[in-house]
Design a protein around this ligand. Structure first.
Ligand SMILES: *Cc1c(COP(=O)(O)O)cnc(C)c1O
Length: 370
């Protein structure tokens, strides 16, 4: 008998019975988008949940990256990481800016702060790091460098929903942070995202920019874009927020089982909890080296044969794609650690409600190949 298919992620869905009265309410209000009731409610609820003061909802997680660069009037060159989802670098390109890739830290996959300074030129105006897999970047060191050179910091926090370090949200670091609420993320609004900033005037500017630059009916203050979240997804998001804590608990349970299962397998490494960090278990990457009996791609194929769909996040590196590979900083010699991780990584299925027997089956296959 064929085993049931297990994908790398499965969306967190609110109860349909809870959603129907909200749909009725949206029908009654006849207000579908443009800062409606549910939009306002979700902004308040998220600010409260995440422990931040100013948050603006977006229609996906890519437009807040693009808008953050606009809002801060970033010019010239932006230092970033090749070890991320393509949207990070694309947002720099869409602003007509030059991405400059810096290598990553082998332990976490996050940008290596000690390699940032060497990449700074007179044209550098910003740093765009990513909290990869939800592990906080070395925010203190990155801020020190930004302060010395007068650079802005925009964190791509798409993986870091609810992550805290020493009791503080990581979203408080830098000048702005972006979130993605795509269906595959820890918390979703189907498609959606947000931009977090630290003062009221900046939030106002962001809200203009996401609505064509309109400040009022007849005043356009900037060449804005349309990236508003509609009422349906805001309502759905309010419901999903109620169960996100239990979803993270469930993910933690899965992570513990995986860690125990691969602990003694030679050639495999996984991420561990970091003291003082409240993790969200958004991904479960394993890194496979030569001591393991198979290559990463062989294990990936073996799992697929067994109907288990892992994902190679992040492979290939962004710096290898045609739009970027001609950049000097994209030279693999500049990015040895990122290349190593991209060749070793495999993200195992990880989602709330992934059953114990499925996790056991995955571990069993992984152990048998060692
Ligand atoms: C998912 C993701 C994005 C893009 O978010 P969308 O909501 O899919 O547009 C950006 N950066 C990273 C690191 C992501 O994982």
């Amino acid at each position: 008998m064929a085993d049931k298919q297990i994908t790398v992620t499965s969306p967190l869905l609110p109860k349909l019975d809870d959603f129907i009265p909200m749909l009725q309410d949206i029908w009654d209000r006849k207000w579908l988008t443009n800062n409606g009731f549910y939009h306002k409610e979700l902004e308040k609820a998220l600010a409260d949940y995440l422990g931040v003061k100013y948050i603006s909802l977006f229609t996906n997680g890519t437009l807040p990256l693009i808008t953050a660069l606009q809002a801060l009037k970033i010019t010239g060159e932006v230092i970033t990481t090749p070890y991320s989802f393509v949207a990070t670098t694309h947002s720099i390109w869409w602003n007509g800016l030059k991405p400059v890739f810096v290598d990553v830290d082998e332990e976490t996959g996050n940008i290596d702060p000690e390699k940032i300074e060497a990449a700074i030129t007179p044209h550098t105006t910003a740093i765009m790091p990513v909290h990869v897999y939800g592990t906080p970047c070395n925010m203190k060191r990155i801020q020190e460098i930004a302060d010395i050179y007068g650079l802005k910091i925009i964190y791509d926090a798409a993986h870091a929903f609810g992550v805290k370090k020493d009791g503080e949200s990581v979203l408080k670091a830098g000048d702005m942070s972006t979130l993605s609420f795509h269906a595959t993320k820890v918390y979703n609004t189907i498609e959606g995202g947000a931009l977090v900033c630290h003062d009221e005037a900046t939030k106002k500017r962001i809200d203009y920019l996401k609505n064509f630059g309109f400040a009022d009916e007849t005043t356009v203050v900037a060449p804005g874009i349309n990236s508003k979240m509609d009422e349906f997804r805001a309502a759905y998001g309010l419901l999903n927020l109620k169960q996100v804590d239990s979803a993270i608990e469930s993910r933690k349970h899965v992570a513990k089982a995986y860690r125990a299962g691969i602990k003694d397998v030679p050639g495999l490494r996984c991420l561990q909890d970091i003291e003082g960090v409240h993790h969200n278990y958004s991904y479960f990457p394993i890194f496979i080296n030569k001591e393991y009996g198979m290559s990463r791609d062989e294990l990936y194929a073996k799992l697929r044969e067994n109907n288990i769909l892992g994902r190679r996040y992040f492979y290939p590196l962004i710096s290898t794609f045609s739009a970027y590979k001609g950049l000097e900083s994209a030279n693999p010699k500049n990015l040895p650690v990122a290349h190593k991780l991209a060749d070793q990584v495999l993200c195992l299925p990880m989602y709330a409600g992934l059953e114990d027997n499925s996790v056991d089956r995955i571990i069993d296959i992984i152990q048998k190949n060692a």
